[in-house]
Write a protein that binds this ligand. Structure first.
Ligand SMILES: Nc1ncnc2c1ncn2[C@@H]1O[C@H](COP(=O)(O)OP(=O)(O)OP(=O)(O)O)[C@@H](O)[C@H]1O
Ligand SMILES: [Mg+2]
Length: 332
């Protein structure tokens, strides 16, 4: 989908929900963002990855008008960030990295407070609140003080509060950090539902599987710049590391395979061999043909393609921060 977006003529492209050029931000003499460009089509999920302190939250804060950039331009929901911050604010919702939930009042009261902030009538506020509490599975807890909620419940309440204003663009700063696997999957489902309703989601995450699962496009922020940007598949192609793994139960078969194949890494303990491969049908066939002709039978054959973890370490590893597109073998 994203590649077709790229090849679609300009006038047929979905309008950009977020577009930014040359965003810069420093704190004192520490440059956090050193010229960031973004182009996020409406109705898509964009994931910003990066190590701690890379500037993910800073980017979210700039795009959601909470802080000003030192340089560069951005349009959010079609409005210029600097010229029309109020219009931007009216179109977006932000769930910060740290909870905005007031623990002393109930979940329901937190929601009603948000409805007030959005100038909904009492009646409309109650209707929206009831709908969202239901949708986020918080009906039973609605009348309890939010400080009694578990981390996952608080996070759900946080996001429910963000949705009160019916935003078209949502910024979620680490929406699933600290959630158990079940709550994470629930959150993913909620995000998918939002997107299928046409909402654009800008999320930051530490979890690469989350970006892989949800995002149409992913950008890796490192050293103040976008080190790489693309679909999960495109990013995975940037790093080496694809291989076919053969496992043997018969030590003799393992040994004869090791002798016959020179370009392999063997693990004598596990009786397994790793053959570098892009995992394509053609390469697999040649490996199988070779095994047949050598009369070697492996007990198990598995194909490994690089995952986003490989990409992340290659792009943000302290080894070669200045050469993001040429990760060294040692990174793996
Ligand atoms: N108000 C501030 N004053 C000074 N430095 C700041 C301020 N806010 C952020 N920074 C610095 O800017 C850098 C980027 O911070 P930011 O919170 O954007 O990182 P992040 O990518 O969100 O990290 P994390 O994964 O830990 O949430 C950090 O070095 C941080 O210390
Ligand atoms: Mg952060």
């Amino acid at each position: 989908m994203p590649s077709s977006v790229m090849s679609t003529p300009n006038d047929l492209r979905p309008p950009a929900a977020v577009s930014a050029t040359g965003l810069r931000k420093s704190y004192g003499d520490r440059t956090v963002l050193d010229g960031i460009d973004l182009d996020i089509p409406a109705g898509s999920v964009f994931a910003l990855l990066g190590p701690n302190g890379a500037g993910k939250t800073t980017t979210v804060k700039i795009l959601s008008t909470l802080i000003a950039a030192d340089g560069g331009q951005a349009r959010v929901a079609g409005h210029d960030l600097a010229a029309s911050p109020d219009r931007v604010r009216a179109a977006i919702g932000v769930t910060g990295q740290f909870s905005a939930v007031d623990g002393l009042i109930t979940g329901e009261e937190n929601m009603l407070l948000m409805a007030d902030l959005h100038h909904l009538s009492r009646r409309e506020g109650r209707r929206v609140t009831a709908g969202l509490l239901e949708r986020f599975d918080l009906v039973d807890a609605a009348k309890k003080p939010a400080q009694s909620y578990s981390g996952g419940m608080k996070r759900r309440l946080d996001i429910a509060m963000t949705l009160v204003g019916n935003p078209r663009i949502i910024f979620l700063d680490e929406p699933t950090t600290g959630l158990d696997p079940r709550s994470r999957h629930n959150m993913w489902q909620i995000i998918r539902e939002l997107v299928s309703g046409g909402v654009t989601v800008f999320l930051t995450t530490q979890y690469l599987d989350e970006a892989d699962e949800l995002a149409d496009r992913i950008a890796v922020l490192n050293g103040g710049r976008i080190a790489a940007e693309g679909t999960a598949e495109e990013l995975k192609r940037l790093v080496p590391g694809g291989h076919v793994r053969l496992r043997f139960s018969d030590p003799a078969a393992y040994r004869s395979a090791t002798v016959a194949l020179r370009e392999v890494t063997g693990d004598d303990e596990a009786l397994s061999l790793q053959i570098p491969s892009d995992g394509s049908q053609r390469e697999l066939r040649s490996i199988l043909d070779w095994l047949d002709s050598a009369g070697i039978e492996a007990d198990e054959l598995t194909v490994h393609t690089p995952d986003l973890d490989d990409v992340f370490f290659a792009l943000t590893g302290s080894h070669r921060p200045n050469q993001p597109n040429q990760p060294e073998e040692a990174v793996r």
